[in-house]
Design a protein around this ligand. Sequence first.
Ligand code: GLN
Length: 190
Amino acid sequence: MKIGVLCLQGAFIEHINILNKLGIETFEIRQKKDVEQNFDGIILPGGESTTMGKLLRDLDIFDLLIEKINNDMPVFGTCAGLLLLSKEIANDHRKHLATLNVVAKRNAYGRQLGSFNTVEKFNGKDIPMTFIRAPYIDKVGENVEILSIVDDKIVAVRQKNQLATAFHPELTDCYDVHKYFINIVKNNIK
Ligand code: GLN
């Protein structure tokens, strides 16, 4: 199993470190040729969604990524990665890959609550969650399973091969969300 991590900007090293600790082979996605090789899953890290969206377009990776995701390539987006995947962003005229059937709200917790830590359920089990100028999900469409709710807001979802969290599991020492993603990847390998 080989998982690519989008390394254009943001918190990508942390994802690579966790995957490596879990014994998973990783590689960095920095340009189009990286996306053209064979691999089994991809992580879109946190950072700044507008910048990452622009770089994906500038580097001509954008359409290829959409095609792969629509062809069942497992993808895991954290925070800005969730925004990249969202079909719509309620408070931003931009949208990016738009493969995930949700409406997200960007910087949704305001300035005061820009960053916070909590412990809440992910897929039924308590895990630590770190939020940094995080989005949340306002609405989910068809086929979207809700995996976490914090303060009445949806913060983790799955739609078939797509997993997205508003929080940063890569910034904690709990690897449950990564293990959950690795399972999606495993089950997708024919
Ligand atoms: N606020 C960022 C955005 O809108 C996301 C923050 C994050 O990834 N930690 O893209």
